[in-house]
Design a protein around this ligand. Structure first.
Ligand SMILES: [Zn+2]
Length: 563
């Protein structure tokens, strides 16, 4: 069953976006592809998973195409009608969810400007296979709904695909959808009739089997039951469970608080702290999400330092690394670090200490009886005891960085102090997993390849713990040189070889670095918005001011966790 070059192969390749200057998204994207297989940031509407598969089936069944080119034309003809029907339905039920209808900006314009019949031959999307080719094809393939056999000119449905579209097909046949194919124009009324039944928003409230089949598909009760399917089911259940617990205390959940729930088993908002209870059946998958957060702690720190570095060399119209480090190692750095470890009266210069002493200082801040002769055990205890309420913790450091980056001229020393502490605290709590080979850590080992990630950083920290030769100051210098400055060059060189439009953020001229473009540090994308949107379409959650689970959502949590 050799695939020739199906269109979706391009879609599931790792992001090679012009951004990601330090390559820190690569491991994150791999983790996301495993934890949320079949769901990307751009596949936010559940009904597209039935409509697109149905469209392919219609083209085959009605012999509308035998070549690629005919397939593209037939496919976009169908998507254009579907898109227009969703546009027409927006007027009918304004309060319903009409976000992320593919091709809608062009479609709405045409709909509003046309008084008579709507033309059915305008271009509405850049991709030759519309929103399907651009966004959904890879995901629909990963869910096992389509395949492409060796001699196929274009994709076909799998048995599962045929099963999934049966209810949609029945509803579509109650409309004039198919009779519009091949027509140059259609009346607004006929489009509206289609929208009233087939609009993306109509899935949520329907009693028909379409919604139930899609629910089962995403929660892996039908279809593949491999690793990816199980991880997706567990991850989606985890989303529901955390949304439900937060709602009980009227707290909002977003991407960062979801990760906080996995990482600390706590959500913190406006001084309120909510303890999150992770069901035992979800503990392994939660530990994987915890690694996602730990990796973001490292990635966010590196990008924050990069952002400051770029601003610094811009202000100076070019500067050397020595000048950058001189600015970092000011009295402010010392002051900031002292405040992080609550030692405002300290006279000693912590920068002269060994990194090992700093790690011990961090750990004993939260763990009074720490025994450093058994660092594995100490790391595990530190992990269990460090929460958002502890003396030193990642939540505070992250907040400090976020707040500082919002200011007009972020203070470099403050960013470096909080960033270094953020990664040291994270590594101290994570590294016991490597000796114990926990399932989540083994999972990460298979995904890290040669790319920058929290695991390789943890092994560096662990060996510093064992040898204890490096001074804190040396450590900070090498952290920035290796993981920010050199890493940017490595990634850029790689892009030069593989990318037709490579972008760098700084250049080196002699000893001086000059800024090429700005960068704003960001957290990794965990596809939170599209997951919530899908769960809303599938009627597991309601998306109002505060997210809440529906009765079906609560039932699903119970069924999948036994609690
Ligand atoms: Zn609608």
């Amino acid at each position: 069953m050799a695939n020739l070059d199906p269109i979706w192969n391009k879609q599931i390749k790792e992001f090679d976006r012009a951004l990601d200057p330090l390559g820190v998204n690569k491991v994150n994207d791999r983790m996301m592809n495993e934890l949320l297989r079949g769901i990307t940031t751009l596949t936010s509407r559940a009904r597209y998973y039935s409509f697109y598969v149905w469209a392919i089936d219609q083209i085959r069944k009605n012999k509308l195409a035998s070549t690629h080119t005919q397939f593209y034309r037939a496919f976009t003809d169908m998507e254009r009608i579907f898109m227009l029907s969703c546009v027409s339905h927006t007027e009918e039920e304004l309060e319903k969810n009409h976000n992320d209808v593919n091709g809608t900006s062009k479609g709405t314009k045409i709909w509003e400007e046309t008084t008579g019949k709507i033309p059915l031959d305008f271009t509405y999307f850049g991709h030759r296979l519309g929103g399907y080719g651009q966004y959904y094809a890879g995901s629909i393939n990963q869910l096992g709904l389509i395949e492409q056999l060796e001699n196929d000119e274009f994709e076909r449905l799998t048995q599962l695909g045929e099963k999934i579209i049966e209810p949609f097909d029945r509803i579509a046949k109650q409309t004039k959808f198919l009779s519009l194919l091949g027509k140059n124009s259609a009346s607004k009324e006929s489009i509206k009739e289609i929208g009233a039944k087939l609009c993306l928003c109509k899935l949520k409230d329907q009693e028909a089997n379409e919604k139930h089949l899609l629910q089962k598909l995403f929660f892996s009760e039908i279809g593949n039951d491999d690793r990816g399917a199980i991880f997706r089911k567990e991850s989606l259940t985890l989303f529901l469970s955390i949304i439900q617990q937060a709602k009980e205390k009227n707290m909002k959940v977003d991407a960062q608080s979801f990760l906080s729930a996995c990482y600390f088993n706590q959500i913190k908002e406006d001084g309120k702290t909510l303890e999150i209870n992770i069901p035992t059946k979800l503990s392994d998958v939660t530990d994987k999400w915890k690694i996602v957060k730990a990796h973001d702690n490292l990635a966010y720190t590196l990008e924050s330092i990069l952002q400051c570095f770029l601003q610094f060399i811009k202000t100076k119209s070019g500067a050397s690394l020595a000048e950058f480090f001189e600015t970092i190692f000011s009295d402010k750095l010392q002051k900031e670090i002292n405040s992080l470890i609550n030692k405002t009266d300290s006279k000693n210069d912590i920068l002269d200490n060994n990194i090992k002493d700093v790690l011990e200082l961090i750990i004993s801040s939260n763990l009074q009886d720490a025994n450093f002769s058994d660092i594995e055990k100490t790391s595990e205890d530190f992990d269990k005891k460090t929460s958002t309420l502890s003396k030193v913790n990642e939540h505070n450091c992250t907040k400090n960085i976020e707040d500082e980056l919002k200011t007009k001229n972020p203070d470099i020393s403050k960013i470096v102090a909080n960033g270094i502490f953020l990664v040291l605290i994270s590594a101290s709590r994570m590294f016991w997993r490597s000796t114990q080979k926990t399932p989540a850590w083994t999972w990460l080992s298979n995904l890290e390849r040669q790319d920058i990630n929290i695991k390789e950083f943890c092994s560096e920290i662990k060996s510093e713990f064992e040898s204890g030769q490096t001074s804190f100051k040396e450590f900070i210098i090498s952290f920035i040189e290796k993981r920010v400055i050199d890493q940017h060059q490595i990634i850029y060189r790689h892009k030069l070889r593989n990318n037709s439009n490579p972008k760098n953020f700084f250049d080196k001229e002699g000893n001086n670095y000059v800024q090429v473009r700005e960068y704003k540090a960001r957290h990794r994308n965990i596809r939170f918005e599209s997951v919530v949107s899908l769960l809303n379409d599938l009627n597991f959650v309601n998306q109002s001011d505060i997210l809440e689970c529906t009765i079906e959502g609560v039932k699903t949590i119970k069924r999948n966790t036994g609690s």
